[in-house]
Design a protein around this ligand. Structure first.
Ligand code: NAP
Length: 248
């Protein structure tokens, strides 16, 4: 069966590493991104060089009509979806909860939570045996922050990832007998550009001594866990979590 995956936020960081590994493992890949077309197209060209059928689609996952267009584009250009990596996520400058306004909270929850739900919904419509699909797999990219809470940095972000953990548990059971497995990875301290959005590009350097493995992780180290959860090697695993946090 042809393997077709949508990776939200696939143009950079963990998403791009996942896209490369998926291409190497024979997937046709849709690289979704929000705004940076040049970077997304560069990743897509790399995937094609790896022999994959790859497309990039700009869509803001926080906007319902964008999500619908993203999935419709994949139907038309790649074929029947078999996998979703719910990876796109944002965080905002570090601050305490007492300083957070509702605009910020709405932005974080709209992308990290509502976006994840909307993409899962569209994937289920295509993959569920209840809707005539052949099944598939969803991997949600949560965060170790869901367990740790990120005090003084971004409790809002951590709480949004807590919601993704709960989505993973509930949805896994909801669609278990419809051929769909739903799991999550919880990365932590991975060397990507997301830390610059928090106002501290060198955050990992500051905290690495508190990580049991004494270093930050690489995006590909998260991608390997994602690809395993998507694969038939994980055929009896659903509603599960893999922490990729260097032991923290
Ligand atoms: P990143 O380097 O900042 O990349 C973010 C990606 O998401 C980009 O491709 C970006 O596209 C896209 N994106 C952002 N908002 C979007 C939206 N509304 N709609 C569609 N695409 C959107 O992030 P990362 O570090 O690889 O993180 C990926 C995931 O892992 C996130 O869910 C993050 O919370 C989680 N995570 C990361 C770490 C870490 O240490 N890095 C730790 C735990 C969890 P544009 O560039 O076009 O905006």
């Amino acid at each position: 069966m042809e393997k077709i995956v949508i990776i939200t936020g696939g143009s950079r960081g963990i998403g791009a590493a996942t896209a490369r590994l998926a291409a190497q493992q024979g997937y046709s890949v849709c690289v979704n991104y929000r705004q940076n077309r040049e970077v997304a197209n560069k990743v897509t060209e790399e995937l094609k060089e790896l022999g994959s059928t790859a497309i990039s689609v700009a869509a803001n996952i926080a906007i319902e009509s964008d999500v619908i267009r993203l999935f419709n584009t994949v139907d038309e250009r790649l074929g029947k979806l078999t996998a979703l990596v719910n990876n796109a996520g944002i965080l905002e400058p570090q601050m305490r909860v007492e300083q957070m306004d509702s605009d910020r909270l709405n932005r974080v929850f709209a992308t990290n939570v509502i976006g994840g739900f909307l993409c899962a919904r569209e994937a289920i419509k295509r993959m569920s045996t209840k809707h005539g699909g052949v099944g598939g797999a969803i991997v949600n990219v949560s965060s170790g922050a869901a367990r740790l809470g990120s005090p003084g940095e971004y409790v809002d972000y951590a709480a949004s990832k807590g919601a993704i953990d709960t989505l993973t548990i509930g949805l896994a059971q909801e669609v278990a007998d419809e051929g769909i497995r739903v799991n999550a990875v919880r990365p932590g301290f991975i060397d990507t550009e997301i830390h610059a959005s928090g106002g501290e590009p060198n955050r990992i350097e500051r905290i690495k001594e508190f990580i049991p493995l004494k270093r930050g992780g690489k995006a590909v180290e998260v991608a390997r866990a994602i690809l395993w959860l998507l694969s038939s090697e994980a055929s009896y695993t659903t509603g599960s979590f893999i922490d990729v946090t260097g032991g923290k």
